[in-house]
Design a protein around this ligand. Structure first.
Ligand SMILES: Cc1cc2nc3c(=O)[nH]c(=O)nc-3n(C[C@H](O)[C@H](O)[C@H](O)COP(=O)(O)OP(=O)(O)OC[C@H]3O[C@@H](n4cnc5c(N)ncnc54)[C@H](O)[C@@H]3O)c2cc1C
Length: 613
């Protein structure tokens, strides 16, 4: 194991962490303005990150679709309206300058992305009004194609960034691990961009295993503030049959059997009793139009039933189509396959046999479905230039925070592109004026020591066990319904894991391709995310968007239209502050709503035009 003096050093202007949308666009943007760039990615570019899971739509506003992309679109769906709907439907917690950057820069980069898809010959099916649907694989392959536009960028795949190395409080580069060779090395850089995606700490996973909040943990250790950590988006995810556990098939079925076949499920609990959703809510949330609010409607009503003991033993409920005739259900199944066939290869589901689920649908039997987690709204505190609170450190995509407030009603895919690109531009501009220099010896020594520690320990606790304990604690107290008692219990257990288990994490084998070692390193990051997530959820004594408190159901605009921000401290103590989101156009609300669903019944809000998919 190399000591400081033996570490290999590479040098560049901008180093980018992440090989998905945020990372690729950041590298491209920095390259285009003449910066030397190294992109370091844990997974392969165009084959990693949650982008491969998106199954999948993205959209821009109709006006821009027509004016910038020359598409057939309704011009009255404007960037201003898009902005308005993101802020309002995100429960007024978005940072409005960040949303402005999203809506104003979004169409241009989406246009470029669509061209990459055309060049790569992967189908992005274009719908009207600036919407596209495709598979996650296609969304990812288009990024790989985009990377070709930056031929001078050095790409290091299967390499994970472990820490930002500092000099006088500013980034001087990163420490990375070449996973296959088991070698630590340093990339010296004048600016660092973190685009490593979000975090997902639960045992039911519909996301890729990389989602350990690395960028958030890395940035926080480097001194950057984090915000909105309590907001995690959950949505319909298969819990049975076992081989489909974690698939988002149920969500896709709800949307496409509904839109294409005109059949929409009722929801039933484990005993077969109806989980009623008021028709008024279905209408106002545009459920029958396939809008993103479907996710919150399901989370709210199913979550309530499951939390109060009416769920199945797998933790789900049943989608029930029995009120339709067999012919209607058959048509809906055909409709579903007709959409999927447009962008999935034939036999796409060869490995995942969905025939049983489809038979259940045709036969009018229940489809067992639970709630998995897709997206984390929280992350590094960024501004509209993607600057974190540490000069020279930038972040974009799911690693940042502030775009979608308390509920992600816009597209993570657009966010990754638009913020990654801006982060790359900002980092290159910063690097142009910055002096190069080596990191402080102490910074490199500390980070290297921390990385090697689990490998040097001969006996101790397996990091895999630590991960499953974190997941268990989060499943029990930090999921889709929260209470004071549950959150306190989760916090106690997480702190116990951090202080008693994690210092004893030990891995077997040597440094080469040691995934147990990688897990140990990732757990440090995941712990930053979950501990602050639970703390923020505990503190927020109201419900808002995806944060649903069983004991505080009201949405309390008077007290709680604030972002909760954590600043790292030298001694590890908690430093939390509350700040109202920055406002540019949409004034914040006053008053209270009875619960997160009643919020949607506010007469001044029109949810029917934006946020499809
Ligand atoms: C099931 C599912 C369905 C979804 N559907 C949609 C959809 O239909 N529409 C939509 O808009 N959004 C959707 N999303 C969300 C969307 O996929 C994400 O918001 C988006 O992919 C985030 O992009 P990103 O570049 O920030 O991160 P990711 O796409 O998650 O990529 C992270 C990258 O960072 C790398 N990485 C991680 N850690 C490190 C490290 N330490 N060092 C170096 N590299 C690292 C990873 O290997 C990867 O390359 C979905 C998500 C899920 C889970």
């Amino acid at each position: 194991m190399a000591e400081n003096s033996e570490l290999r050093f590479l040098q560049t202007d901008v180093v980018v962490a992440g090989g998905s949308g945020a990372g690729v666009t950041a590298a491209l943007a920095a390259f285009r303005v003449g910066a030397r760039v190294i992109l370091v990615s844990k997974g392969k570019v165009g084959r990693s990150g949650n982008v491969v899971m998106a199954g999948g739509s993205m959209s821009i506003d109709g006006y821009s679709a027509k004016k910038i992309l020359g598409l057939e679109a309704d011009e009255s769906i404007t960037p201003e309206g898009w902005f308005d709907s993101i802020v309002k439907e995100g429960f007024y917690l978005s940072d409005q300058p960040v949303v402005e950057q999203f809506t104003s820069d979004g169409p241009t980069i989406v246009e470029e992305y669509v061209r990459w898809a055309q060049r790569a010959k992967v189908p992005f099916k274009q719908l009207k009004d600036g919407k596209w649907v495709s598979s996650g694989k296609n969304f990812a392959l288009a990024l790989k194609e985009g990377m070709r536009d930056a031929p001078g960028v050095e790409i290091l795949e299967d390499t994970t960034v472990l820490d930002v190395l500092m000099r006088d409080g500013r980034p001087a580069g990163i420490l990375a691990l070449d996973i296959y060779r088991g070698e630590l090395f340093v990339v010296l850089a004048k600016a660092v961009v973190l685009g490593t995606g979000g975090y997902q700490p639960f045992s039911l996973k519909n996301s890729v295993t990389d989602m350990t909040g690395d960028g958030v943990g890395i940035g926080f250790r480097a001194g950057a503030d984090i915000a909105d950590m309590e907001f995690l988006l959950s949505f319909p995810t298969a819990v049975a049959p076992p081989y489909l556990r974690g698939s988002i098939l149920p969500y896709v079925l709800i949307v496409y059997c509904g839109l294409k076949g005109g059949v929409w499920p009722q929801f039933r609990d484990a005993c077969g009793d109806l989980i009623a959703v008021p028709e008024e809510i279905m209408e106002k949330t545009a459920f029958y139009k396939g809008f993103k609010h479907i996710k919150l409607v399901c989370t709210y009503y199913w979550g309530e039933a499951i939390f109060h003991g009416r769920g199945t033993k797998n933790g789900g409920i049943f989608l029930d189509y029995s009120r339709y005739t067999r012919e209607q259900r058959e048509e809906a199944v055909k409709g579903y396959f007709s959409v999927q066939g447009e962008y999935y290869a034939a036999n796409h589901y060869k490995g995942d046999d969905i025939s049983r689920v489809m038979d259940n649908l045709r036969d009018g039997k229940g489809i067992e479905t639970g709630l998995g987690f897709e997206y984390s709204s929280g992350g590094l505190l960024i501004d509209e230039h993607m600057r974190t609170t540490v000069p020279g450190l930038f972040a974009g995509g799911e690693t940042g925070s502030g775009t979608f407030g308390a509920m992600r009603v816009g597209d993570g895919l657009v966010e990754m592109l638009v913020q990654g690109y801006k982060a790359g531009e900002s980092a290159a501009a910063f690097a142009r004026d910055a002096e190069p220099g080596a990191p402080d010896n102490e910074s490199t020594r500390c980070c290297t020591e921390r990385a090697y520690a689990p490998l040097r320990r001969k006996t101790g606790i397996s990091p895999v066990l630590v991960q499953s304990r974190i997941e268990k604690a989060c499943d029990a107290g930090f999921g889709f319904r929260r209470t004071e008692a549950g959150l306190l219990a989760a916090l106690r257990e997480l702190r116990r894991i951090r202080t008693e288990d994690m210092p004893h994490m030990a891995v077997s084998g040597g440094p080469r391709y040691n995934l147990e070692w990688l897990t140990a390193l990732q757990m440090e990051n995941l712990m930053v995310c979950v501990e602050h997530g639970v703390l923020a959820a505990l503190e927020r004594k109201e419900s808002r968007g995806n944060h649903i408190r069983d004991d505080y159901p009201q949405v309390d605009h008077d007290t709680w239209t604030v972002r909760q921000i954590f600043t790292p401290t030298a001694d590890g103590s908690v430093n939390m502050r509350k700040e109202p989101p920055r406002v540019t156009k949409v004034p914040l609300l006053r008053g209270k709503d009875e619960n997160v669903m009643q919020f949607f019944l506010r007469p001044d809000l029109d949810y029917k035009r934006y946020q499809w998919g």
